[in-house]
Design a protein around this ligand. Sequence first.
Ligand code: FAD
Ligand code: N01
Length: 535
Amino acid sequence: MRVIPPTELDVLVVGAGFSGLYSLHRLRTLGRSVHLVEADDDLGGVWYRNRYPGARCDIESVDYCYSFDDSIVQDWTWAERYPAQPEILRYINFVADRLELRSGISFDTRVDAMHWDADAFVWLVTTDRGDTIRARHVIMASGQLSKPQLPDIEGIEQFAGELLHTGDWPRDGVQLTGKRVGVIGTGSSGVQTIPQVAKLAAHTTVLQRTAHYAIPARNHDLDPAYVQDLKSRFQDYREIARHHPGGTHRHIGTESALDVDPGALEETFHGHWEKGGPDILAAYRDFRTNEEAAEKAGDFVKERIREIVKDPETAEKLCPKGYPFGAKRLVLEIDYYTTFNRDDVSLVDVKADPIERIEGNDVVLASGARHELDVLITATGFDALTGPLFAIDIVGVDGQRLPDAWKDGPRTFLGIGTHGFPNLYVVAGAGSPSVISNVLISIEQHVEWITTFIDHQFRNGIVSAEVDDDAQDRWTQEVYDIAAPTLFMKGNSWYLGANIPGKPRVFSLYLGGVGHYRDICDKVAADDYAGFTLT
Ligand code: FAD
Ligand code: N01
């Protein structure tokens, strides 16, 4: 039975992933009337929806978890270095049960519209279930990567076989055994799922437009003694990550890759390759800014690909081209490159011969070549960051709509609020470190800051908090200025909105570092929330 949302609230939270669940818990403990609405029929967000075979985290489990409740830290034991989707979903449910969160959540309830009532200082929120909620504050915990994007290919919706998206995988699983399966997309989702699909399918056709750099995850079961040791000093361990630029424990190199002799460079790269994980990205200080330096790592990965993949033509297709190492998200792989040594897997270069249309069961290429499939998996990513927000009719002060306010890209102060949209807060979205960091660290920091701010307002009789225009201008400029000299600007990636037709090409994540960002937010709070007008 659906929990009916209250009609009057101090705070409405949208979304039951990691962000929303912690927001709900925090506000309850602060004594606020709070409720959460979730479009899906259960909790978990990303980890509820991305159930494709092979779905896994690329941050280590002991870092990709909450730290706010030590009893949760002590009573949960991670099994794997990089947890797979089922383990993370079990963890989220464990937390929700422990904190008795379900009673505060309306599932199967999508927020359709939110209009600011400037006379009453409330958001008037309506849902697809016909609910109307008046909430003084709204926390958008609606996710960064929660709006899957189908490729813009003629006829795709009429595909005669089974059409799937990795980001909206059927809850009851999919029968792939013995089927002819095609996969479009070779980013993180594609690289994770292709080896698993290949193990089941009669034939797997990988339709690759751009090869991504992938390095081994070297996933393994965790040693119980290691986990126990971390638990015994978890808050100290976590405190380091809270102040680390990426929200992790990654060593950050201080040398330039261009100053190191080839032998030492090779040794460093091999070390990272054997250890597995994404730390190679920070091996040298100029990997984010200098194309020549980054190319050293790129060349190393290409050499490994040519070593692993037996067919030289296939190996060459799998070698990334046209953008620097690190400009797109580095992918962690398990059995990815070796999968292309299987006889029942073929790689099709759809940049050289683009997909023209889908006809019946066939993917038809520009050359006229056809690939007949029973199942077509699209691993084509998301309308990231702004997509979930723009899907809601958000109307602020003077009838201004959020997509209009952000027509040239997101404009925020701290990523948390936007001028013209009072009492509206976004967790781990554009303008903050968000998906460029260990998101769990960033979520905890945001939720704690936002809920403390809201509580401060109630305690002080403040009814509205609106971002100042000039504070927003300065912050937005800073976000863009920090990103401008980085190699992120050179990848045709979702980070830049390049995967969505018509989306402004801006890099809207804050690259100044998680620790530095935390300090800035703390200073804003200490300065009586300078940058917001409090009424
Ligand atoms: P989400 O988990 O996306 O939850 C948002 C929720 O809001 C969803 O349940 C959605 O249904 C709901 N919602 C959206 N709109 C509405 C609406 N209008 N009304 C009601 N409900 C709504 N990050 C890392 O740091 N490390 C990783 O290894 C990592 N792996 C990832 C793997 C995948 C496959 C994906 C897709 C993302 C990954 N991420 C990773 C990023 C991930 O987005 C975050 O780590 C984190 O899970 C986000 O949690 P969230 O609660 O903010 O958002
Ligand atoms: O999506 P993507 P994703 N025809 O946008 C291709 C997180 N995540 O779901 O590069 C042909 O990266 C597109 O090609 P191109 C993580 O943050 C993490 O894989 O545009 N191809 C690309 O290859 C990640 O970055 C994990 O040329 C088309 C692919 O589809 C983010 O989610 C796991 C096409 C999309 O790649 C998104 O990753 C999964 C078309 N018309 C996700 N349209 C972890 O491991 C698109 N493509 C933690």
